[in-house]
Write a protein that binds this ligand. Structure first.
Ligand code: C2O
Length: 536
């Protein structure tokens, strides 16, 4: 195995998009940032220097970071932020993961422009479970705002109202031919007839679920979230923010130019959303024709999303935990805080938006990270009374009277014994409106054993769980007005964040964290903190 050394300089750079000049925060002057290419089993050392005027951290999304939450990155969870002028070196090893992950800032909303692909190839001497593709190409989907992202975030948090929607969806940082002043920068991929192409599709958008499709070409799904899947062929894929999907495509047309396109999937009724279409061009060598657009599903086509996600399975039989030690039922969704009318109270009916898990609206600490507080026993940073079941019982997907359930702010964690077998049912609620939520667990993969619409019904739904070949993921899109059930073994000690990967929801408090205690022996014990760990 190899060790890869990188330096990331985070700084503001000039970028022109949608006919306007901007200054954005980016890494090494590139947007999207550098692609890291490694093999399973390799080690990575990235020295991050912060030359930007904001605090920053970098998260290696989906990496297990075994015994090593110190390199995970979410600010105030596993580390204090790297302050302007400061630096921190992330050191980690890739263990049993192959496919596509990504890295992004995990500090306020900076990840809008601070992100890049993390490509993990098979171990030296082993190969893909499919014929080696001729071309590999990362396709990173994102969102672009005409305003500074930090001010978009501030506006949402300050006013208590929903954030402004983005002004364009992007592919590898570019809106593409259909948006004003954008065709010069459109991303292009040139192929020869007969080439096989591995597209590593990443949804790096802040707030938007996205459909992705390529005109006249079928996509064969081979992996999600850096875990191989049973292969299946589809015209369109859908990714929630945080998710990755690897697809194979064969350049089997005579010649021509074809758009790869991304557009919103928006499950919340009456919610405003960015309905622009981002395009990149798949171009057969020397073709000059006008590119053809693929047919993308309607923005609210939940049936297509359900049919797609039901096809994602493990390649064969897997060993799913069956005896459950910690059984959690967590309601997720938006709620309201009452407020006195004024500029800070712009939510519906004299409220400001909040979000919660089991009615706890998560508050990040400031004096120390949760991981430092845990390992150094710093008092009064967090409590360990996160409720394993919701404190109030009602019909989660029916009509919930407004004001019946208002979240309570807190920094509540849930403690797991090392080796515990955990089941979590995530239930969408309809307090504001039903909506689909991409819930991400740091430091783990989990089996997605079930998904459905309506209220989770333990006796009926548990009996139908897939305990044979469920997929493994790090981010599960909880269906709109429905539920998803996940299982995993708590085999990675540390403090691990779980949150909605829609940044607006995270900023409103849609998160919680697990403490996974040490087991016995060195292999089950947290590594010591690095000496350059930033202090708060
Ligand atoms: Cu990709 Cu906590 O995030």
């Amino acid at each position: 195995a190899e060790t890869h050394h990188h330096e990331f300089k985070v700084q503001e750079i000039a970028a022109r998009r949608l006919c306007r000049n901007h200054r954005i925060v980016a890494v090494n002057g590139q947007f999207p940032g550098p692609t890291l290419e490694v093999r399973n089993g390799d080690s990575v050392v990235v020295k991050v220097t912060n030359a930007a005027p904001y605090n920053v951290t970098i998260h290696w999304h989906g990496l297990r970071q075994m015994r090593n939450p110190w390199a995970d990155g979410p600010e105030y969870v596993t580390q204090c932020p790297i302050q302007p002028g400061g630096s921190y070196t992330y050191r980690f090893t890739i263990t049993d993961q192959e496919g596509t992950l990504w890295w992004h800032a995990h500090s306020r909303w900076l990840r809008a422009t601070v992100y890049g692909a993390l490509v993990i190839r098979p171990k030296l001497g082993s190969s893909y479970p499919f014929p080696k593709p001729k071309i590999e190409f990362p396709v990173i989907l994102g969102e672009w705002w005409d305003r500074k992202v930090i001010s978009v975030q501030r506006q949402a948090l300050f006013s208590g109202a929903a954030p402004n929607i983005s002004d364009a969806i992007t592919i590898n940082g570019q809106p593409g031919d259909l948006l004003r002043c954008s065709s010069q920068g459109t991303t292009k991929l040139t192929v020869n007839k007969g080439d096989t192409v591995l597209l590593r599709v990443i949804n790096a958008a802040l707030n938007q679920q996205l459909f992705f499709s390529v005109a006249n070409h079928k996509l064969t799904v081979v992996a999600t979230d850096a875990i191989y899947t049973k292969q299946f062929t589809t015209n369109v894929i859908m990714l929630g923010p945080g998710q990755t999907t690897d697809v194979l495509l064969t350049a089997d047309q005579q010649s021509g130019r074809y758009y790869m396109a991304a557009r919103a999937y928006e499950s919340a009724k009456n919610a405003p959303f960015d309905n622009t279409t981002a395009t990149a061009v798949l171009e057969y060598k020397s073709a000059t024709s006008q590119p053809i657009l693929p047919q993308l599903p309607a923005y609210n086509d939940t049936n297509t999303v359900t049919a797609f996600s039901n096809q994602i399975k493990s390649p064969g039989k897997v060993i799913v935990p069956t005896k459950i030690d910690d059984n959690l039922f967590i309601t997720v969704g938006l709620g309201f805080f009452n407020c006195t009318p004024g500029p800070r109270c712009q939510g519906p009916n004299n409220t400001r938006f909040g979000a919660s898990m089991n009615n706890i609206s998560f508050v990040l600490p400031r004096r120390a990270s949760l991981l430092q507080a845990y390992t150094q026993k710093i008092p009064n940073i967090y409590t360990t009374d996160f409720p394993p079941v919701p404190p109030v019982k009602f019909d989660y997907t029916g009509n919930v009277p407004r004001g019946l359930w208002q979240p309570v702010k807190g920094t509540k964690l849930y403690k797991l014994k090392f080796g515990s077998s955990v089941q979590i049912v995530l239930q969408d609620t309809s307090i504001f409106s039903t909506e689909d939520h991409p819930v991400h667990l740091h430091g783990y993969h989990f089996y997605v054993v079930g998904q459905g619409f309506g209220n989770f019904n333990p006796s009926r739904d548990t009996a139908n769980f897939n305990l044979v070949d469920p997929p493994q993921r790090n981010t599960i899109d909880v269906p709109v007005g429905g539920w998803a059930a996940i299982r995993f073994i708590a085999d990675n000690p540390g403090v691990w964040f779980m949150h909605c990967h829609i940044d607006a929801h995270l900023a409103w408090g849609f998160g919680m964290a697990f403490i996974v205690e040490n087991g016995v022996g060195e292999a089950e014990t947290l590594l010591p903190p690095p000496s350059d760990l930033p202090q708060c």
